[in-house]
Design a protein around this ligand. Sequence first.
Ligand SMILES: *[C@@H]1O[C@H](CO)[C@@H](O)[C@H](O)[C@H]1NC(C)=O
Ligand SMILES: *[C@@H]1O[C@H](CO)[C@@H](O)[C@H](O)[C@H]1NC(C)=O
Ligand SMILES: *[C@@H]1O[C@H](CO)[C@@H](O)[C@H](O)[C@H]1NC(C)=O
Ligand SMILES: *[C@@H]1O[C@H](CO)[C@@H](O)[C@H](O)[C@H]1NC(C)=O
Ligand SMILES: *[C@@H]1O[C@H](CO)[C@@H](O)[C@H](O)[C@H]1NC(C)=O
Ligand SMILES: *[C@@H]1O[C@H](CO)[C@@H](O)[C@H](O)[C@H]1NC(C)=O
Ligand SMILES: *[C@@H]1O[C@H](CO)[C@@H](O)[C@H](O)[C@H]1NC(C)=O
Length: 917
Amino acid sequence: MASAPSVSRLVVIIILINVGAISDTTIIVAASAATGLLSSPIQLERKALLATGWWVNIWATGNHTSDPCKWTGISCNSAGSVIGVNLLRYENDNIKGELGRFNFSCFPNLKSFKIHSNYLLSGSIPSEIAAVSMLQTLELPSNNLTGIIPSAMGRLRNLVHLDLSDNYIWGYIPPTLGRLSKLENLNLSSNGLDGIIPSEMGRWRNLVHLDLSDNFLWGYIPPTLGRLSKLENLHLSSNSLVGNIPSTIGHLTQLTTFAIASNHINVSIPLEIGNLNFLQVLDLSRNEIGGSIPSTLGHLKRLRSLDLSYNKLVGPIPSSVGHLTQLTTFYMHSNLINGSIPLEIGNLNFLQVLDLFDNKLEGPIPSTIASLVNLTSLSLDYNNLTGSIPSMLGRLNRLTDLGLSENKLVGPIPSSLGHLTQLTTLSMDNNKLDGPIPQELMNCSKLGELRLGNNLLSGSIPSEIGKLKELYYLDLNHNFINGKIPPQLGEIPRIVTVDLSMNNLSGSIPESVINVPDLDLSGNNFEVEIPNTSANAPSPQQSEGNKDKHKKTTTRLVAIILPMAAFLTLIFGIMFVRRRRDKKVEPAETGEITKCADEFAIWNYDGRITFQDMIEATEDFHIKYCIGTGGYGSVYRARLPSGKVVALKKLHRSETEELASLESFRNEARLLSQIRHRNIVKLYGFCLHEKCMFLIYEYMEMGSLFCVLRTDEEAVGLDWAKRVNIVKGMAHALSYLHHDCTPPIVHRDISSNNILLNLELEAFVADFGVARLLNFDSSNRTLLAGTYGYIAPELAYTMIVTEKSDVYSFGVVALEVLMGKHPGELLSSLSSSLDKNIKLIDLLDPRLSPPVDQKIWQDIILVSTVAFSCLRSQPKSRPTMQLVSNEFIARNKTPMQKPFQEISILELRNQEMYLVD
Ligand SMILES: *[C@@H]1O[C@H](CO)[C@@H](O)[C@H](O)[C@H]1NC(C)=O
Ligand SMILES: *[C@@H]1O[C@H](CO)[C@@H](O)[C@H](O)[C@H]1NC(C)=O
Ligand SMILES: *[C@@H]1O[C@H](CO)[C@@H](O)[C@H](O)[C@H]1NC(C)=O
Ligand SMILES: *[C@@H]1O[C@H](CO)[C@@H](O)[C@H](O)[C@H]1NC(C)=O
Ligand SMILES: *[C@@H]1O[C@H](CO)[C@@H](O)[C@H](O)[C@H]1NC(C)=O
Ligand SMILES: *[C@@H]1O[C@H](CO)[C@@H](O)[C@H](O)[C@H]1NC(C)=O
Ligand SMILES: *[C@@H]1O[C@H](CO)[C@@H](O)[C@H](O)[C@H]1NC(C)=O
């Protein structure tokens, strides 16, 4: 027995030599054993450092015998024991792989562990970390850490700085963290944390910076928040917090930043907010805050940035805001604020942005606004403002944006606005402004957008308009403008859209103007007719004729920029990746999930689903319950003990796709938990755990529209009335996403695969995995997403997300519903040469007999007309989903006079619908 240890050591060494695989670690073990130093704590530390492989360069350069205390990022105490591992971004690219490679139990003296590693560290936080009782600083921001925060971390009583931000950590915030009473910095932002904010937070008496933003936290903000009397920064934005801002916030007298944007706070702003003497930044935007703005807000004399936009605030703007003399940005748009704009607003000398649009403000624009000489953006659009435009606004010569649209302003456009030489956007449409367009306005040489439509303007278009070299959008529709169109207008290099419809313009139309890509000259008195054109527009001289139809469709821009074939290739190339992934089935993955335990979170449901129910209902995700596999997951059918059937989407977790699918999961859970519409699939709950991620939805008995249309028996069951209903349902859902959600949501992957049908064959929009919020403040550019065959052409070269790309995809699906199959080549012929002889009736799904009912025919004509307008190649000329949805609700246009059998596709496409009005 006594000789056993040496024998086994010998065996180990022999084996290593035989295979020739000598790793750094092994040699150290052997060497230490030989010199008898194995038990020295310092040797243990050295060994543990080498075992990570993070200092491998040191080994390779022959410096392995050197003192670890001299290695990059390592610091030691005088005894030579490691007290700090501090590596900032880019300092050491070898730091990668699992965090668990670092054996924390070997470093009893460690005080600081900071690795800002540029997304190189993965794995979860080992609970062994709790053994490092000296630890004061733990900073691991911007890595790929997953798993939960071990509750044992509550034992790190000396912790002062804890930063785990920008990782993929999930689960709840363990209440044991409340024991970390020395904490000064706590940053857990940008993770997948859910659950509530523990009331134990009140014990962080030394906390100065707290950032929990961008997680899935829900429930109320604990009133114990008020005990954090040293707090300076409080960030809770982008969660699902509800209820009120506790009045105890008034105790946080050191607070300089308070941001709780994008939550569901729905109680009025507490008066106590006025106690926050040091507050510089206050962001309460994108909640459901009601009530009026407390006048105590005026006490925040140091405030620089105030954002109350996208709430339900009522009542007037308190005149006390005039005390906020340090304010540089003031956002209050999209509320229900009434009363007049207080004169005191003129005291805010440093103000650069004043956004009050989309409220119910009345009365005149106070001329005191003219003293805000630092303003770069002034938006008062969509209110009920009256009186005339103060000519003193001409003093605001730093303005780049001036928005006064949709008010009840009267009188002339002051010529003083010509001093605003930095202006890029000037919107005054939909008012009652009269008089001429002042020539001085043509001095605003940076103007890109000029919107003066729907007023009472008269006189002619100044020929100096050619000086507006940057102009791309000109809207003068519905005025009394007369005279000729100056040819200089068409010569402006960047001009794209010109809407001069419904005026008294006359004379001939200059050749240069004909070439403007998006042109509307209808409702004037020109001498010639402009025919409907497509890619090869005939010149106006070729057709003389009646005076009322001066209209031109707008399909040419795309053809000019990029040949159709080129961008189809481009789309195909990019989309191939996603489609290939769609096809992959992962049977091996099913059955391996064993526990998800307490990580199960339930939103918006009666709370009766448990994780165990889901496991039992699917026999641990048995393949026999699998009803489909999509881009990011497999879908199972699960019958709960109550008898209710739900659909369960389990996300793929293959190694390479892991983080992408977590991203898509977060996206879908967050979006769907916040929206409600009868044509959007309901989310009942979700489960987020290291081993499994799934979402639970309302079950759709008939599966996807795609499958129904491809199965003959089912397709026949989908009669014309039901098909029309499906298209209507989709239109309402998309209109809701685009126009009733703030910020608007773009689905980005509308296809027949993602439209689900219930037993009544009603449509539900599903799969929000790649959906996007359209933000006012962030870039809308993104990678291309979607399904080949449904993607709007412009996305191939702009990569800018707009609602109009969903509109296009909707058009494709609408046609697909009528045709019973994907419209395929018809789509590309729409942008070039469309055969005049194709009749609507020839397109209809041959598996159904043509409709006999007159009403159904009218509906089909409407659906196809709408579909063709949605497929216009230029996004701007597609209708909004709101318009489409309204069109379906109230249809009062006169029916077509022709027999249905004779209606051609070309006629439907040339319908004037949406081009005017
Ligand atoms: C090895 O380490 C010493 C200091 O410990 C340093 O001066 C030397 O440049 C290192 N050698 C290499 C090749 O990195
Ligand atoms: C970490 O080090 C301790 C003490 O040397 C040891 O007992 C333990 O097995 C190590 N853990 C790992 C995962 O290597
Ligand atoms: C970390 O995650 C990002 C985002 O998913 C990924 O691009 C990156 O490759 C990951 N890093 C490592 C080292 O795996
Ligand atoms: C928290 O971390 C995020 C991401 O690492 C960072 O952007 C943010 O500024 C930090 N918050 C605070 C209050 O320092
Ligand atoms: C405009 O802002 C600057 C600082 O950007 C400030 O110095 C100046 O006083 C402000 N103008 C007025 C009229 O207050
Ligand atoms: C403007 O006032 C009228 C009544 O004067 C009211 O009907 C309308 O809703 C108001 N519009 C807005 C945007 O407040
Ligand atoms: C993004 O799109 C939205 C909606 O169309 C728009 O309001 C916003 O200004 C856009 N943001 C940027 C930065 O372009």
